[in-house]
Structures are given as C-alpha cells and as structure tokens.
Design a protein around this ligand. Structure first.
Ligand code: DQA
Length: 150
C-alpha cells in the first residue's frame, strides 16, 4: 500500500442529479455508474480513488485543502468551471496535478461555456465523452504521474 496513488475525483454542482438532469445533454448514466466505471480501472492499477460531489463552492475548496496530500485530481467543476477564480486558486495553491473533465463538449455549446477558468491550471481537459470523460481523465492523469511529470 506504501506507493498506492491517491486520486481525488471531484464533481461540482448539479452533478448529483446526473442521469435525470437534462439527459439529452448529459446522458442517462448516473454518478454511481461513473464511480463503478472508474473503480474498475483503479482496482487494476491499485489506485486509491476517493469520490466527492458538492453543490457548494467553498465545500469543494475546503475538500481540496483537506486532501492536499493527494497525488492527483480528476475534476468536473461543472458550472464553477466558468465562474470560479477561487477554485482555480485552490488548485494552484495546493499544486496538486489535476485533469479537468466534462460530460458534454463545452466548446460546442453556449458561448459562456467555452471559457474555463480552471483548465489553464490543469494538465489538460477532456470534454464530450459522457461519463467516459472521467475515465479518460483518470488514465491521462495516471500516465502523467507515471512519467514523473507531476
Ligand atoms: C459540465 C458542463 C458545464 O458547462 C455545466 O455547467 C455542468 C456540467 C459537463 O460536465 O458537461 O454542470 O461540466
């Protein structure tokens, strides 16, 4: 267990309702389905995944602070992507390598969704693959950390 990687998987506001929330945009899979998908990969790679969802900006920031011993973060900041300098600052303050993920392709939607305040301080962004965006984000992060690029 000594060198097990601890990865936080953080989901922002309204994602607790995934599956019933605007399924034509976000699909019918739930946050639980996303967790099952990721756990399959994590078990194979012996990664310690910790899931967190909140609708409250400050709670997400506090969670990142409290878990600043983590090796990496997969984060879907949801609407905070487009608004939260504070969340962006939490990522740079803790310096934890992060990958930003989105279920929908934020670049193919309303103009205001094309701007991400958080992506520039992440390793990269994955957008448009439903719950698979989370898994792709985890794989990319794992690869990045294994290369010693963190
Ligand atoms: C989202 C895209 C955001 O623009 C939106 O506010 C969300 C979900 C996505 O996963 O596609 O809540 O982050």
């Amino acid at each position: 267990m000594g060198n097990t990687r601890k990865i936080l998987v953080i989901s922002g506001p309204n994602l607790n309702l995934l599956g019933t929330r605007e399924p034509e945009i976000y699909g019918s899979k739930t946050l639980g389905d996303m967790q099952d998908l990721m756990m399959g990969y994590a078990r194979e790679k012996a990664i310690d995944l910790v899931f967190f969802q909140s609708n409250v900006e400050g709670d997400i920031i506090n969670y990142i602070h409290e878990n600043r011993n983590a090796d990496g973060i997969v984060i879907n900041p949801a609407a905070f992507t487009h608004t939260s300098i504070a969340l962006r600052d939490a990522l740079t303050t803790t310096g934890i390598p992060a990958v930003e993920v989105h279920l929908s392709n934020i670049h193919a939607r309303e103009e205001f969704r094309r701007i991400s305040l958080t992506a520039p301080v992440c390793i990269g962004q994955i957008s448009g693959f439903g719950i698979h965006s989370y898994l792709l984000g985890l794989e990319a992060l794992d690869q990045h950390l294994s290369k010693g690029n963190s």
